[in-house]
Design a protein. Structure first.
Length: 100
């Protein structure tokens, strides 16, 4: 399956939205006021942590559109990389272009 840069942008934007922690706090306050217990807040926090971890990993493990390996490197890649760690493809460039 070939991925393109639009897929990367979708993954990145979703991770940013999920990672926006100030959204979680008001929901936890609302849950406490509604149920008078912190249990829903703990469940909400755990669900948020799981969802954020999944979203972040989808970005971190984005396959390079040219070579298919992880664009940002190996196990702990550079998430701010501007080139593929394997084939040198520039971020957002045409994958069919010849490597420089």
């Amino acid at each position: 399956m070939r991925y393109d840069w639009n897929e990367y942008r979708k993954r990145r934007n979703f991770a940013i939205i999920v990672g926006f922690a100030p959204v979680v706090f008001p929901l936890e306050v609302l849950a406490f006021r509604s149920f008078h217990t912190f249990v829903p807040a703990y469940v909400l926090a755990a669900a948020w942590i799981i969802l954020f971890t999944i979203a972040w990993n989808r970005v971190a493990w984005f396959p390079c559109p040219r070579c298919g390996k992880w664009f940002f490197g190996k196990r702990w890649g550079n998430m701010f990389a501007r080139r593929c760690a394997h084939c040198g493809l520039r971020k957002y460039s045409d994958p069919s272009a010849i490597a420089a």
